[in-house]
Design a protein. Sequence first.
Length: 139
Amino acid sequence: MARVRFNVAIENGKVKIKMPQEEYSNRIKTSAKKVGDSYLLSETDTQLLALALELKTQGQYPEIITDDYSIQNVAKQNNIEFYALATFGIRRLLEWVRYCPACYKEYPINNSFNVCQVCGTELKRKPKQKTSKKRVNYF
């Protein structure tokens, strides 16, 4: 029944299927690579973000509803509105780092291996810590 309703909505013009232009897909891929989310975004995620960016540049106000932190992070970087459903969502732009949970060695987010080169444990990712201002002791 859902498929029938969907097809009727398409036929009546209430739902439109649109692919983003290649220019916007490339911009989203570059943006995702910059913050370290490129390897976590699927092609569908990239197209969704690219379409939202394209609509935004046309003067529309797209909103993405997702609990996926990678989508939220790339959306935030591109000033695309997003809302979370079951999570609080991200509050600030995140830059990721990959790390070994066993020996705590850190790796760049775009490295090509998935296991620690020191101990062989599978790598995980976490947001880079905010850099705090160093305290200066005058005494």
